[in-house]
Design a protein around this ligand. Structure first.
Ligand code: SF4
Ligand code: SF4
Length: 275
């Protein structure tokens, strides 16, 4: 069934002739096929609060987005800054044919399309993008960051000073327990939010988190200290790195829970205690 639809085409940052040619060609083909096309500078570099986000939010019909970052990063940025959910997001540096992907995802167009470009000066930025579908508002990123990038607002953690983030550093993405922080320009696929990847918390970064914040570790109950090393005969807590007694000498909470689970399963097994 025919219906209105729009395409947001986000250019790369720079002057790569091949990329510019691809962007121009796609804009022409998509408008020829009846799509309303809005061209903007690189989505990640658009300033927070810019009018461009309002123009994007006002695009009619189902929205397809083309950009030079992962589809997950595109979706998170649009949710956060324009309050919209695209029908499809395509990474122009990925393997998919962007024109075919959009034509397959959007309903056939019913009227001629047009192309409009927002001529907005932007410069390169580096800041965290929060994936709200994974964030639990645990505030670990806020407590870890030394540069005031994050604040809690109405029980949500928000990157209120994104441009205070240290260029090229993805530290809080390694600390986040839920893989909810994306740095779309990272060389590491999981940190960039690439398809099929989710960032797993990094053990060293988690230890640094406990040292830096002085929080009690929920696993061993201790407060980790900088430079603390397990003495001979001691083990290190897998969460915070603080020295702990060996599990065979003092069962940890996790081991006790696993033992209880095994006992319950034994009782349910034919021939087990519950039979
Ligand atoms: S650390 Fe991760 S899950 Fe926790 S508030 Fe920050 S982004 Fe959300
Ligand atoms: S990467 Fe570092 S400076 Fe940037 S927001 Fe995360 S903790 Fe703060």
């Amino acid at each position: 069934m025919a219906g209105s639809s729009s395409v947001l085409l986000c250019r790369h940052l720079g002057s790569d002739a091949a990329r510019t040619s691809l962007e121009d060609d796609l804009a022409r083909r998509l408008s020829d096929s009846g799509r309303t096309v809005l061209i903007t500078p690189h989505l990640y570099h658009l300033p927070h609060g810019s009018d461009a986000w309002h123009e994007i939010a006002a695009l009619p019909g189902d929205l397809a987005v083309l950009g030079w970052i992962s589809p997950r990063a595109i979706e998170c940025l649009l949710r956060e800054h324009a309050g919209i959910e695209p029908a499809i997001a395509v990474d122009l540096s990925g393997p998919d044919d962007p024109f075919a992907a959009i034509e397959a995802a959007l309903a056939p167009a019913e009227s001629p399309g047009d192309v409009r470009e927002l001529d907005l000066p932007v410069s390169a930025r580096w800041y965290p993008v929060i994936d709200r579908s994974r964030c639990t508002s645990c505030r670990h990123c806020l407590q870890f960051c030394l540069f005031g990038v994050y604040e809690a607002q109405e029980r949500r953690v928000v990157a209120v000073r994104p441009d205070s983030c240290k260029d090229g550093c993805p530290a809080c993405a390694r600390v986040c327990p839920h893989g909810a922080i994306i740095f779309p320009l990272s060389d590491e696929p999981a940190i960039a939010g690439m398809p099929g990847t989710v960032m797993q918390p990094d053990a060293a970064a988690r230890r640094m988190f406990y040292v830096r914040t002085g929080r009690h570790c929920p696993l061993c109950g201790k407060v980790a200290e900088a430079g603390q090393q397990p003495a001979p005969g001691e083990a290190a807590c897998v969460e915070c790195g603080a020295p702990v007694e060996r599990p065979d000498e003092a069962p940890s909470l996790v081991h006790e829970e696993i033992d209880a689970l095994i006992s319950e399963l034994d009782a349910l097994t034919p021939g087990g205690e519950g039979e």
